[in-house]
Write a protein that binds this ligand. Structure first.
Ligand code: NAI
Length: 455
């Protein structure tokens, strides 16, 4: 049977792209080699949020007296936490399966490989069978970077070194955990295992944690976690692993830390190996990322790519939108991907969220801007719900246009309110116009209104 569209990969970009394309009347085939829902649903965004929510509840029980509640005893039952996490994953994966079925997407749970372009269309093989389609949408995602550091691969084979995949299934909390890489995955997992009782050490190559987040917010987050007992080694590069330790270079010296488990979270790279891209001449960059334009097109006509595989933003919510852009262009509605207002969140406790420019990125682009920083204590609800919280909200406006160009926050509910700031940036309304918006009271999102009035 010939299809209108073959989608390779069933993560957020793939399943949403397949669903949307089928909804527009295309006959769609989706290949998935591991599990529907991809990394996001099965071993990334969703399961980590389930774990972090359990940790948050556990933390509340430990500090409930601050809110006038006495809890005499509480324990974190890791097996029960994992069981619940698995239930959450099952529910959401079932939802994806149901949606694909309702939209009449044909799902083949096999490894797909692009074979050639024939006169009949693109030919894709899976376990000896051939499938043909007029167009391809490549959504094969990404995988953890595992550099050739001595001892890393041996440690991984022995279960001493873990990636985001294995760590989310640990049923026993390790006494000691070294997290290599203080980026998003590293910090979220450091946060969970710190709450759950592990002695956690983060080893980060740069002089700050959290990658591109605002420097002051990065500092606040680190200090918050230092208070909770996490140890940070910044400007420290891991050089090797033994059977039971991590060795890194810090200030010109070799430091060795013994631990029960190691998490390696030093970034992800696009998954394009063995896809057969070379068989039809799809261009990739040095990292192996499929090169796309703002329409989601590759260099080969009728071949599109969306999600982590293009290496641009590597976030599930970016993947959704990129897939929509591809499908719209495939089905005749011109659509273009914009990357200026994509929110990013770190689900630590407190949460960190940002959208648009930070002071550092705006300076790098030579933008003429004004930045304001206000305490989250300007929000009544934040004060009512966050004993001892010292969050901040930073907002940036471009002077020449008087438009909002960036917002960064540290403080709980940041994850839920950042989209409002993204809309303000996308809308290109002036700060004066934005000041006329009415916010619900009392809410934490009012902090954005306070920031606007601080300009
Ligand atoms: P990342 O790129 O966020 O952070 C990796 C960190 O490792 C960087 O700070 C880097 O300086 C450091 N590093 C690299 N080599 C090192 C070495 N040899 N020694 C010490 N430190 C080293 O990557 P991460 O945390 O693995 O996340 C991967 C991807 O998953 C990201 O693209 C992220 O956006 C996505 N993700 C997003 C989440 C969210 O939106 N909340 C949650 C989890 C993952």
């Amino acid at each position: 049977m010939k299809y209108d569209l073959i989608v390779i990969g069933g993560g957020p970009a793939g399943y949403l792209g397949a669903e949307r394309a089928a909804g527009k009347g295309l006959n769609v085939l989706l290949f998935e080699k591991r599990y529907l829902g991809g990394v996001c649903l099965n071993e990334g965004c969703v399961p980590s949020k389930a774990l972090l929510h359990s940790a948050k509840i556990y933390d509340y029980t430990k500090h409930s007296d601050q809110y006038g509640i006495k809890v005499t005893d509480s324990t974190l039952d890791q097996e029960a936490v994992i069981k619940r996490k698995n239930k959450v994953v099952r529910t959401l994966v079932a939802g994806v399966k149901g949606t694909l079925k309702r939209n009449k997407v044909t799902v083949v749970e096999k490894v797909a490989k692009i074979e050639k372009k024939s006169s009949d269309g693109f030919v894709v093989s899976a376990e000896g069978e051939l499938y043909t389609a007029d167009r391809l949408l490549i959504c094969s995602g990404s995988e953890p970077i595992m550099p050739p550091i001595p001892g890393l691969h041996e440690g991984y084979q022995k279960g001493f070194v873990l990636t985001n995949r294995e760590i989310l299934d640990l049923t026993v909390i390790p006494e000691t955990l070294v997290v290599v890489g203080g980026g998003v995955i590293g910090l979220e997992m450091a946060s969970y295992f710190n709450s759950a009782g592990s002695k956690v050490t983060v080893v980060e190559m740069l002089n700050k944690i959290g990658g591109p987040i605002d420097d002051e917010i990065s500092d606040l987050l680190r200090k918050e976690y230092e208070k909770k007992g996490i140890m940070f080694n910044l400007e420290s590069k891991v050089t090797s692993f033994t059977d039971k330790s991590v060795i890194f270079e810090k200030e010109g010296k070799n430091v060795e830390i013994e631990c029960e488990k190691v998490l390696i979270s030093i970034g992800r790279r696009p998954s394009t190996k063995n896809l057969g891209l070379e068989n039809i001449g799809v261009e990739t960059d040095k990292r192996g990322a499929v090169i796309t334009d703002r329409f989601g097109c590759t260099n080969v006509a009728e071949v599109y790519a969306a999600g982590d595989v293009n290496g641009i933003s590597m976030l599930a919510h970016t993947a959704y939108r990129e897939a929509e852009v591809c499908v719209n262009n495939i089905t005749g509605k011109k659509d273009i991907m914009r990357y200026t207002a994509i929110p990013a969140v770190i689900y630590t406790n407190p949460e960190v969220a940002m959208v648009g420019e930070t002071e550092a990125s705006a300076r790098q682009k030579n933008m003429d801007f004004e930045a304001v920083t206000i305490s989250m204590k300007y929000s009544g609800r934040y004060v009512a719900e966050n004993e001892g919280g010292n969050g901040i909200c930073k907002a940036l406006r471009e002077k020449s246009t008087n438009r909002l160009i960036g917002v960064s926050l540290i403080g709980n509910y940041a994850s839920e309110l950042i989209y409002g700031a993204a809309m303000m940036i996308e809308s290109q309304m002036t700060v004066e116009d934005l000041k006329e918006l009415v916010f619900p009271h009392p809410t934490v999102c009012e902090i954005i209104r306070e920031a606007l009035f601080a300009f």
